[in-house]
Each structure stands twice: as C-alpha cells, then as structure tokens.
Write a protein that binds this ligand. Sequence first.
Ligand SMILES: Cc1cc2nc3c(=O)[nH]c(=O)nc-3n(C[C@H](O)[C@H](O)[C@H](O)COP(=O)(O)OP(=O)(O)OC[C@H]3O[C@@H](n4cnc5c(N)ncnc54)[C@H](O)[C@@H]3O)c2cc1C
Length: 499
Amino acid sequence: MTSKPTPPIELTGTAAHLAGDRVDLANDALTALSAICPVTTLHDDPHVVADASRDWWPLALHWSIRGETAALAAAIAHPTTVDEVAAVVGLCNQHRIPVTVIGGRSGVCGASIPVHGGVLLDTTGLAGIVNVDVDSGLVTVGAGTFGPDLEEALRDGYGLTVGHHPQSFDISTVGGWLACRGAGQYSTRYGKIEDMVAGIEAVLADGTVVRSGPQPAGAVGPDLDQLLIGSEGTLAVITSVTLRAHTVPASEGRATYRLPNVTAAFEACRRVIRSGATPAVLRLYDPIESARSHGGDGEECIILVLDEGHPAMVATTLEMVDEAFRSCGGTLSDDDRVAHWLEHRNDTSALQALTRRGYLVDTMEVTAPWSRLGAVYEAVRTAALATPGVIAASAHLSHSYPDGACLYFSLAGRPGLDAPLADIDALHRAMWDSAQVAAVNAGANLSHHHGVGLNRSRFMAASSPTLGMLQAIKSALDPNGILNPGKLGLADPFGASGW
Ligand SMILES: Cc1cc2nc3c(=O)[nH]c(=O)nc-3n(C[C@H](O)[C@H](O)[C@H](O)COP(=O)(O)OP(=O)(O)OC[C@H]3O[C@@H](n4cnc5c(N)ncnc54)[C@H](O)[C@@H]3O)c2cc1C
C-alpha cells in the first residue's frame, strides 16, 4: 500500500491568498532541477501546484472554497533518493531559491505553505521500510512513508508496532511527525515522537548528508537528532528515520469514568500519572465536549481510559486508574464510550461541513504543569469567549506527563459564507491572539504537537526564550535562509510572507 496526501477540502481556484514576496524559477535553474528528478511546474499543471501549496490549516480551508490556495510555489520537485534530495537542495542553495518540504501536507499551522514561492520538495517518493532489526525493535523507514503503510508493514511482517497514532495517522508522514514534533493518541504509553527516534538521515541546506544512530542512548555531546526534531523543515530535510518499535500488544483494557467537574477531573488524572500508572490513552473532556460527543449531562466530565500490553500490566494499570478516580469522586460508567471514540477518532468530516456552513473552527493545543492546568483552562476560555465573533471555546486533556499535561482547545466563530475573506482572517487572528496569549500568560507553552508554522510565528519572539539560540543555529546551518523561510519566527531573508 502506498498512500498520498489527502486534500483538506475542495480547491475551487488557483489564485494565491498570501501576497508575500515571491521567488520564481529562472530557466537555467529549472533545467538543472529537471535533470535531477521529476518536476511539476506551475506552467505544467497549475491545479496540482496550487493543491500542494496549501495544508490543513483550518483558516486556509475558507480560502480554498473561495478559489484561493494559500500561496503558490513555482515548482514541485519529486526526488526518490537521498542523493536526489541533496542535489535539489544544493542547487536551490546555489541559486538562493526557497525550498519548502512537503510530506502529507496535513499540518494545521500553515508550516508547509511556500510563502515565497520557489520549490516544494515532495518527500512522498522516499517511502517504505528500509530495514527492521527485530531483536532490538528498530525500524528504519523513508521519511515520506504514511502512517498506515508503516504500521501495516510492521505489524504484518514483524509483529511490531511503533505505537504512534496521531489523529492524522492516515494523512501524515513519518518525516512530518518528526518535523512537527508530533504526538500520537497513545503517547502516555509510547511517548511523543521525539522519544521514539533512535537515528536520523537528513540533508542540510548546502546539500550535505548527515546520519546518526541508531543507538539506545548516548553521551557524545548534545543530541543533534533532537535539534532536527521539531525544526519544521527550517534546518534540514529529513530523508529517513530509525524508530523504536514494540511487540504488538497481547491485550487491551478500557474504562469510562464520570467526574463531577473539571477541577476534580484534572486532579484525578494528575493522581493517575503521579502514581506511576501510564495508561496508553487518558482523555478528559470538559463538560461542553463531554455533552457534545460523549453522552455527558452538561456538568460532568467524561474520561476515557485505554491501556494495552501484557495482561498483567494492563490489569494493574486499570486498578491504579480506578483507585485514583474514585478518590476524586469519580464513578465507573457502564456505557463504553471508548468504543465510540475508537470508531470516530480520526473522522474529520465535521471540519469540512462546518467550514462549508460558514463556521471558522480551529484547535489550539498547549502544555502546562499540573499546578497551572486549571488556570490555563479558565484563562483561555475566558479570553477566547470575550473576543468579538468567538462563539465557542472548549477543551479536553489529551496527553499526560509526570509533570503536566496537554490541553487541546477547540475555538469557533461564525463569520458566515458572505463575510469577506479579510474579515475571516481578522477573526482568526483575534481569536488566536486572545487565546494563545492568555495560555502563555497563565503558564502554558505555545504548542504541544501541532508546531509553530506560519500561524504561530508571530508569538515566537515574545514566548520562546530560546529563539535567539535557534536563530544562531539557523544562520550557521542555512546561511542563505532557503529552508522554509517565513516560519518558526526566524529571520526571513526573502521579505514579507503575506501573513
Ligand atoms: C485532522 C488532523 C488531526 C491531526 N492530529 C494530530 C495529532 O493527533 N498529533 C499530531 O502530532 N499532529 C496532528 N495533526 C497535525 C499534523 O498531521 C502533524 O503535524 C503531522 O506530523 C504533519 O505531517 P505531514 O507529513 O502531513 O507534514 P506536512 O504538513 O507536509 O509538513 C509539516 C511541516 O513539516 C515539514 N516537513 C515535513 N516533512 C519533512 C521532512 N521529511 N523533513 C523536514 N521537514 C519536513 C514541512 O516543511 C512543514 O514545515 C493533525 C492534523 C489534522 C489535519
């Protein structure tokens, strides 16, 4: 099976929405590029290039249904080997052409939008399993491999699983998981993607190929894999990855709990995790989301629990969960909401349906220490709902750690289908300005797993104390700034991004 990107919604035209400074491809550069690998230019097929020049950023779905893509690349390069990637990047560096890497194009922050035109480097030709070390539980896989292709080959061929199941599993690639420092829904058991990486092969801006690992751990200077993980295509093109894999679990346990309110529910989850239990899935829905999707009564919180692994481990984990929840006034529900969640968890049809009805919906995921979680929840909802045009703000707790958790907010407004796109953009900005700033001021970070991309770039200077260090590394590794310019809050040598 070989997957390909899934369009977020219909694209009814090919005009560029973002009017940033744009770099075209001169004839000599295009000729040289076409000699390296297959290329699709804007001239060849405007619709294909326009489609590849957008992602799943919910705001951009409104542009799409009104005939506008996010921005327009000049061409898409389709390499299938690391040498071809190195040659493409080296050539673009020589000609000062922006290179934006695209995988599944499922990002939700505009990270893969080619705001300065130039070349889109499509990684989906770098697909498939390269090697499996069954004894060590290590799988080396091409960066352009989609989730189902990786997991099916691993499970069927080797009885292994990586355990990374983002909601976008079907529509995203391994390289994108690393580049955005993603998290799967079973992360409390298997970790975030950065915990799963044992080695990386990548191409730097000058075309140099670097390789690391695979090793279980090390003390040979700083861990440079972690520098590339989360770099969103601004420091290197990841071409293959060695991931840690686990034996396919022998058993699974599930439970649904009802807690009287958010405060008790946060405390119950905190107690579970602080006790040392690591249920693969621990999802707490606030009263709004509990009522909307999980049969809640409008006041209570529904919490879904799922664990998998050795039967003894699963049984003990569920016992520990039960003890913690009961100590906070929780009751075990006989209504198995986990089955319902499993069935619908990757369904995105509501996003498209709401967009077509004139709603603007977006999600904002942040982390905070347990001691700040309640304050972050209240601050974000209060700030968002005080923003003119915002009509709904709710949250669930989606990922937990010994020291804190991720709160995943859903925000919505209804500008309507007749509203000018400029007004929809303004509402989106206002919604994010209020919610994101409130989150940070209350003790949260900028992002847990969606990344920064274009949307959150404007918050980086004020919210990321290490931005100066990142800029210094960027300047050293990519002095011409060709890799994904306009993103991550980094200096942009190509001018205005249009956002
Ligand atoms: C419905 C939906 C649900 C989602 N759920 C989750 C979730 O549960 N967990 C989660 O973590 N994310 C989630 N996401 C966000 C998104 O799917 C992830 O960020 C995903 O990891 C992006 O992978 P991709 O292959 O689509 O990357 P793209 O969108 O193509 O690219 C994203 C960024 O990574 C860079 N990039 C991609 N591949 C490479 C590479 N090989 N080398 C260097 N840079 C690269 C791009 O330049 C861009 O900056 C969701 C998105 C949607 C639409």
